[in-house]
Design a protein. Structure first.
Length: 165
């Protein structure tokens, strides 16, 4: 009986469920116009076409990378999944214009914590697209990455992806 109790805890620690980091419409990676994401060269995941310019943490974890241009952020989840949140397509070329970071590298975050603000109008005008890929960059270290069947999601509330180690 105790063995089963400990096994359940261990299994739970190996699974992490991501909530939407931004409110909007869910899109499969294959539908993204950028082949780096569409062909899963950086890893598996899902994407969201954002309705608002606010990004929150999809998991409890630690900020492992905040790009100097603030267009992307990396989070390590408690099960070791490395999650890349990439705001828009070709947004690195904006050199930080329209982006405000609310966290820094090394900071521990809780699911729903405010990470970044971004100006959708600037991105629409000056980048290739506003879609936000949510990529598990260490896909090969995970046993499965399963999208949850939802079409619309609210940031910090709706579950969108289950990642199992």
């Amino acid at each position: 009986m105790l063995k089963n109790l400990f096994k359940k805890k261990e299994d739970m620690h190996n699974d992490v469920t991501l909530v939407a980091p931004v409110s909007g419409e869910l899109v499969s990676l294959e539908e993204i116009s950028d082949p780096v994401f569409a062909e899963k060269m950086m890893g598996d995941g899902i994407a969201i076409e954002p309705a608002i310019g606010e990004l929150v943490s999809p998991v409890d974890g630690k900020i492992i990378q905040l790009f100097p241009t603030k267009h992307a952020i990396g989070i390590e989840a408690e099960n070791g999944a490395e999650i890349l949140l990439h705001i828009g397509l070709e947004t690195v070329n904006l050199n930080g214009e329209g982006f405000t970071a609310h966290v820094e590298e090394g900071k521990k975050v809780k699911q729903g914590d405010h990470l970044l603000s971004f100006d959708l109008d600037v991105i629409r005008e000056k980048a290739q697209g506003t879609i936000i890929p949510i990529i598990i960059t260490n896909t090969d270290d995970m046993s499965s990455i399963e999208p949850i069947d939802v079409k619309q999601a609210t940031a910090g509330r709706d579950e969108i992806l289950v990642v199992k180690k």
